[in-house]
Write a protein that binds this ligand. Structure first.
Ligand SMILES: [Zn+2]
Length: 54
C-alpha cells in the first residue's frame, strides 16, 4: 500500500513534509519537536496536518 505525504505544521510554525509510512521518528528541523513517530507501519502525526499530498 502506497503511503501518503502530509505537510505538517509544527507548533513553532515550521512546516515539513512527512511520509505517512515513516519508519523513523520525524523531528522538526527547527525546534526538534517530534512531528511523527512510527506505529505499526503507520506514522502517528503530532503536528497539525496542513495538507495531504498525493
Ligand atoms: Zn518546530
Amino acid at each position: 500500500m502506497a503511503g501518503t505525504y502530509y505537510r505538517i505544521k509544527c507548533k513553532c510554525g515550521n512546516e515539513q513534509i512527512v511520509f505517512s509510512g515513516a519508519v523513523l521518528v520525524v523531528n522538526c528541523t527547527k525546534c526538534s519537536e517530534t512531528l511523527a513517530h512510527p506505529m505499526g507501519g503507520k506514522a502517528i502525526i503530532h503536528g497539525t496536518i496542513v495538507e495531504e499530498l498525493a
